[in-house]
Design a protein around this ligand. Structure first.
Ligand SMILES: CC(C)(COP(=O)(O)OP(=O)(O)OC[C@H]1O[C@@H](n2cnc3c(N)ncnc32)[C@H](O)[C@@H]1OP(=O)(O)O)[C@@H](O)C(=O)NCCC(=O)NCCS
Length: 349
């Protein structure tokens, strides 16, 4: 038998096999992770999703074949959000491309390292040729086999999606001088101030994540938060020390919860920030407790958030308060000198 792995574009004739490999992967993860969307255990539903992803104008899709057998697939997508100009799109990285949680899988009985290597080789050539040098893939937190394969391709953990599978109270101590109020539309400037402190935290070491915090971005922030604050379902809770705002915790009804996480009765926790000088006094926990109480009153059963793995205060805080990792995005950045036209001309002489 020919053991060589052949990579070809994903065609309709591969869909049934690819769907089965993905459902098999999801079945093995389903019981280890909180809040996985059970709809994707249905092969018809999953194939329909794969077809939609494959047909996206920014997508490239490949299958790995050994002998006659389909043993893996990947669908990658170039980032289109970075071409837009709004508050959230500013946070997404330009010149980036990704493989989402539901668009890759490799059969159980093959070597994941070599199959993912061949699939990524086809995908990355296309991305880099087109100037996309920030690459990411989203992998189940319990899936060590796939994480290992992508570590071998130069990827490292970057962002976690974590779920608190319950909305129970957070243990807090009474802090007399702190009051917490839900922001009204006319508190817009305080909300933006708090979002700016959160942004500056992310820009700092060791996160180095871009955030729109410059003077010119204030207008973008205003448009974005003004709309949020008119909707009661996006509560922004502000902590005041006397009249001085020192922290904020907010939820987003139309959250950033990806399809593989069950979003029913699951509230997206958007921003959590305590001003640096006020941290480690229990204000964060008090805000989270107020948020959980609001979520209980609105019949939510779980909560989901994104956190950078290198976030030195955020990560330990969420972990200590019951948020469990569901997926890691793993990232790799290619040396930008390789995409300059001059370099290519010289190197290929
Ligand atoms: C995360 C944050 C909101 C917590 O608020 P806080 O008022 O400092 O937190 P509390 O005092 O209520 O709770 C402290 C707990 O948070 C965690 N924590 C907070 N800061 C920490 C730090 N610098 N290092 C390690 N753990 C930290 C610990 O679990 C700590 O518990 P412990 O005291 O038993 O060790 C605050 O640290 C913050 O604003 N960080 C920067 C912004 C951020 O990362 N937000 C989350 C974005 S995803």
């Amino acid at each position: 038998m020919n053991n060589q792995i052949k990579v070809t574009p994903l065609e309709s004739e591969h869909l049934e096999d690819v769907g089965k490999i993905l459902v098999r992967r999801l079945e093995s993860e389903y019981h280890s992770l909180p809040a996985i969307n059970g709809d994707f255990l249905d092969i018809g539903h999953t194939i329909e999703y794969i077809v939609n992803q494959k047909n996206d104008e920014f997508a490239q899709s490949y299958v790995a074949i050994q002998g006659q057998k389909v043993i893996g697939f990947v669908i990658g997508k170039k980032n289109s959000a970075a071409n837009q100009y709004n508050y959230l799109s500013q946070i997404s990285v330009p010149d980036s491309a990704e493989v989402n949680f539901l668009t890759h899988a490799v059969s159980d009985d093959v070597d994941a390292n070599s199959v993912y290597r061949e699939l990524y080789r086809a995908l990355a050539r296309n991305w880099v040729d087109d100037g996309q040098i920030h690459h990411s893939i989203h992998i189940a937190a319990c899936d060590w086999r796939t994480q290992e394969a992508w570590i071998n391709l130069g990827f490292g953990r970057h962002t976690t999606i974590a779920v608190r599978p319950e909305i129970s109270p957070i243990e807090t101590a009474q802090i007399d001088e702190i009051t917490i109020k839900q922001a009204r539309p006319d508190d817009i400037n305080t909300v933006i101030d708090m979002a700016e402190i959160l942004g500056k935290h992310h820009i700092d070491s060791p996160m180095f994540m871009f955030w729109p915090v410059q003077k010119k971005d204030r207008k973008l922030a205003k448009t974005f938060f003004e709309e949020l604050l008119t909707n009661e379902n996006n509560p922004h809770f502000i902590a005041y020390d006397n009249n001085h705002a020192v922290g904020m915790l907010s939820f987003l009804a139309q959250g950033l919860i990806p399809s593989h996480i069950d979003s029913k009765k699951n509230i997206y926790l958007f921003m959590g920030i305590v001003a640096p000088e006020a941290q480690q006094n229990g204000i964060g926990r008090t805000l989270l407790n107020v948020g959980m109480s609001w979520a209980r009153d609105h019949d939510y059963k779980s909560s989901t958030l994104h956190v950078l793995n290198m976030n030195h205060s955020g990560w330990p805080f969420w972990e200590a308060n019951g948020f469990l990792p569901v997926e890691y995005s793993m990232e790799r950045i290619i040396d930008s000198r390789l995409i300059s036209n001059n370099f290519k001309k010289i190197a290929l002489l």
